[in-house]
Design a protein around this ligand. Structure first.
Ligand code: GLA
Length: 393
C-alpha cells in the first residue's frame, strides 16, 4: 500500500522549515480513478469513480492581508496571488488556485483572508488521474478553512468545476471534482451528475483496483473531447431532450436507424454506459466482482468502437491485464486518447498481474508502464485548528 503519511510529513516539515512554526491547517484532496461511467458526466448521466490514496497536500496558515503565497515543492516555485487583483499569469499550476479564488467570488463566497503555505502531491501529472481537480479541491479547502466556511462537498465541486471551465478554460464535466470532494474510504461513489446525489458502494472484498499507466499522453484531447461533447449535445437535441441521460434504451433502439452513423455510435455509447454504470453499482453492492468486471470489459469495447477515444496502447494494456487469471475486468479510464487503464483484480493476484503486464507491455512498446495498486480514500479533508472556534478540527 502507498504511504500517504509521508506526503503529509513532507509538507508539514517543509512548512516548519520555511515559516519557523507548525502550520495551522493541512488541506488534502485526492486524485481519482473511474471504475465505470465514462463520458457520461457531461450528459447528465452516472459515473462510478473512487478517490485514490494519492493526493495534493497543502500545509498553511492564514495571513492578515489578502494575498495567497504558495510554494510548490514539486515545481520548486513560489507564487503570490493578490486576491484583489486576480489576473491570469501565464498558465501553470497556480492558475488552478487563482481559478478557485475567482470561482468562489462568482459563487458569492469571495475569499476574505489570504493564506500562505507549502504544497506537494503524489498524483502523476497528466496521466488522467485528476491531479488538477485535486489541486482545485485542496485550494478550496484552504480558502474555506481560513474563512471558517462550512464545507459542502457538492457545492465546492461545482466551484472547482467552474474554476476549470471558466478560468483555466477546460470544458470538463463534474466527475473529477465531485469524487475528489466527496470520496469515501473503501468505497466507490455512484454519482448522479444531474442531481449530484451520491451513493457509496463498497469495493468487493479481497479485490484490488490496479491502475496501469500506458505512459502515453492525451495530445489532441481538448479538441477531440469538445468534439465528443458537441456530438452528444447534438444527439440530445435531435431526440428533443435536455441531455442523452434522458434517452432510454428502448427509444434509442426504435429510432437509432434515423441517426447518421457517427452520432448513432456516440449516443449508443452514452446510453449503454449509463445502464452499465447503474448495474455495476448494484453488482458492487452485492460483492459480485465478476459482473463488475464483465461490465468494465463491455465499457472498454464501447469506448473503443462506439465513442472512439481509445488507442493502441490502451487496447493492448487492457488485453494484457484481461488475459491474467486473477483479473475480473479492465478498461481504459478517464477522457481517453492516452493515459491509464483500470483493472479489478483478485487482491492476491495484484502483484503478479502488475509484474506480468509491465513485462509484456514493455516488450511490446519499449517502455515499462507505471502501475499503481490503489486503495479507495476519503474525499478532500482539512485538519488543524478550527479558526472560528479555536478547537482542533
Ligand atoms: C475527463 C473530464 C471528466 C469526464 C471524463 C470522461 O476526466 O475531466 O469530466 O468527462 O474525462 O469520463
Amino acid at each position: 500500500m502507498h504511504d500517504t503519511s509521508a506526503m503529509r510529513a513532507r509538507v508539514t516539515s517543509a512548512f516548519e522549515e520555511r515559516f519557523g512554526e507548525p502550520s495551522a491547517l493541512v488541506a488534502r484532496a485526492p486524485g481519482r480513478v473511474n471504475l465505470i461511467g465514462e463520458h457520461t458526466d457531461y450528459n447528465d448521466g452516472f459515473v462510478l469513480p473512487m478517490a485514490i490514496d494519492r493526493a495534493v497536500w497543502i500545509a498553511l496558515r492564514p495571513r492578515t492581508d489578502r494575498h495567497v503565497s504558495l510554494h510548490s515543492l514539486d515545481f520548486d516555485q513560489t507564487v503570490d496571488i493578490d486576491l484583489d487583483a486576480l489576473t491570469h499569469a501565464g498558465g501553470g499550476w497556480a492558475e488552478y488556485v487563482r481559478g478557485v479564488a475567482w470561482s468562489l467570488a462568482q459563487a458569492g463566497h469571495a475569499p476574505v483572508h489570504g493564506w500562505e503555505g507549502v504544497m506537494a502531491g503524489d498524483i502523476p501529472l497528466g496521466a488522467g488521474l485528476s491531479s488538477s481537480a485535486a489541486l482545485e479541491l485542496a485550494a478550496a479547502r484552504a480558502f474555506a478553512g481560513v474563512d471558517g466556511m462550512a464545507w459542502q462537498p457538492a457545492g465546492m465541486a461545482r466551484v472547482a468545476q467552474r474554476a476549470e471551465n471558466g478560468w483555466v478554460g477546460v470544458k470538463c464535466g463534474i466527475m473529477d471534482q465531485m469524487i475528489s470532494a466527496s470520496g469515501r474510504a473503501g468505497h466507490a461513489l455512484l454519482i448522479d451528475c444531474r442531481s449530484l446525489e451520491t451513493r457509496a458502494v463498497p469495493l468487493p472484498p479481497a479485490t484490488s483496483v490496479v491502475i496501469l499507466d500506458t505512459g502515453t499522453r492525451r495530445g489532441l484531447v481538448d479538441s477531440a473531447y469538445n468534439e465528443r461533447r458537441a456530438q452528444c449535445e447534438a444527439a440530445a437535441a435531435w431526440f428533443g431532450v435536455p441531455a442523452l441521460r434522458d434517452v432510454d434504451a428502448e427509444t434509442f433502439a426504435r429510432r437509432a436507424h434515423e441517426l447518421d452513423p457517427d452520432t448513432r455510435r456516440r449516443a449508443r455509447h452514452v446510453i449503454t454506459e449509463n445502464a452499465r454504470t447503474l448495474r455495476a453499482a448494484d453488482a458492487l453492492e452485492r460483492g459480485d466482482a465478476a459482473e463488475v468486471g464483465w461490465l468494465m470489459d463491455e465499457s472498454h469495447r464501447s469506448l473503443r468502437d462506439d465513442f472512439e477515444v481509445s488507442r493502441e496502447e490502451l487496447d493492448t494494456i487492457v488485453a494484457l491485464a484481461r488475459s491474467h487469471p486473477g483479473c475480473h475486468g479492465a478498461r481504459m479510464t478517464g477522457a481517453g486518447f492516452g493515459g491509464c487503464a483500470v483493472a479489478l483484480v483478485d487482491a492476491d493476484a495484484a502483484r503478479a498481474l502488475a509484474e506480468d503486464v509491465s513485462h509484456r507491455y514493455g516488450a511490446a512498446f519499449g517502455h515499462t508502464p507505471a502501475v499503481y495498486v490503489c486503495v479507495a480514500a476519503d474525499g478532500a479533508s482539512l485538519e488543524g485548528l478550527d479558526l472560528m472556534t479555536g478547537r482542533t478540527a
